[in-house]
Ligand binder design. Structure first.
Ligand code: SF4
Length: 297
């Protein structure tokens, strides 16, 4: 795997996922850029990966922030957010019972510490903005757009805010502990992806892309312009072309880097004396849609 991702609970399992056209998501595009073989393992072979506590904590924190905005504005206070943590974790566990296995024999204490760390991230959130002061337009928004070349872009946006003037702000919460310099480039790629899709869907270039790093209580704001997003669109088309080329031949090459330390598939990687499973062929429509672990964090 790459840097910690958030495991999105809303994603259906493979068996009940409706058949959809292959699509490009920010995470899968990022995987291919990082390492074509990693892309293959995740999107084509669909090899399972073991979630980390940080990933699952990110899922819980995202769920709490989503629930928080469902409350009346006056109730969106730190204490209420803290109260929402346990129910959110129970919901996540119900949907993915295997997450309970994250904790060892000392389960209670370990889990309590982990839940405390989720509450600390929420404290970090309140250090960045006051959610009583606005109502988001959307939370956990699925966005899709087909480019003229036929590339289908698909992703989930944490939050979209629309000002009375019509200006759009795209917000993404980052809950991982990875150093900022490692995640920033990937995060901006993801945000430009969302900005492009929203621009194409709504005809308005988002005024601001806002990344909120909850662990270190810092926010990064970025304003894209039309020319930049148009160039980014061409970049995505080129990435998809390259994916399709590799998909036809099965030639997904490893690209070793420091990020290999975070890859679940090292044992199968030729860069580490491993042997990949036989290439299963380019997947049928639907199989390259977003998986449960598809967001940079
Ligand atoms: S271990 Fe291999 S497959 Fe994984 S990221 Fe590194 S080069 Fe790619």
């Amino acid at each position: 795997m790459g840097w910690p991702t958030v495991l999105r609970m809303a994603a259906p399992t493979t068996s009940d996922r409706p058949v959809r056209r292959p699509a490009l998501s920010p995470s899968r595009a990022g995987d291919f850029k990082q390492c074509p073989l990693l892309y293959r393992f995740r999107a084509v072979d669909r090899l399972p990966e073991k979630p980390t506590k940080a990933q699952v904590r990110g899922t819980v924190v995202h769920a709490v922030l989503e629930d928080l905005f469902a409350l009346p504005a006056a109730e969106r206070v730190p204490e209420r957010a803290r109260e929402l943590v346990e129910p959110a974790w129970a919901r996540v566990r119900q949907e993915r019972p295997e997450f309970a296995e994250l904790f060892g024999a000392d389960q209670d204490e370990e889990q309590a510490d982990w839940l405390t760390s989720a509450r600390e991230l929420l404290e970090g959130y309140f250090g960045l903005e006051d959610p009583r002061r606005f109502d988001p337009e959307s939370r956990e928004l699925l966005v899709e757009w087909e480019l003229p070349s036929g590339v289908l872009l698909r992703g989930y946006v944490d939050r979209v805010d629309v000002a009375p003037t019509g200006e759009i702000r795209v917000v993404d919460y980052k809950t991982g502990a990875a150093p900022r310099e490692h995640v920033e480039g990937k995060a901006l790629f993801q945000m430009k992806f969302y900005a492009l899709v929203l621009w194409r869907q709504r005809g308005v270039v988002p005024r601001q892309l806002r990344l909120m790093y909850l662990a270190d209580r810092q926010a990064l704001a970025y304003s894209p312009d039309e020319g930049e997003l148009a160039r980014f669109e061409r970049t995505l088309e080129a990435i998809w072309e390259a994916i399709l080329r590799a998909g036809r031949t099965g030639d997904f090459r490893p690209n070793p880097s420091r990020l290999c330390d975070y890859c679940d598939h090292k044992a199968l990687c030729p860069a580490f004396d491993g042997t990949p499973p036989p290439y299963p062929g380019w997947p049928e429509p639907g199989a390259v849609a977003e998986s449960a672990a598809d967001r940079v964090d």
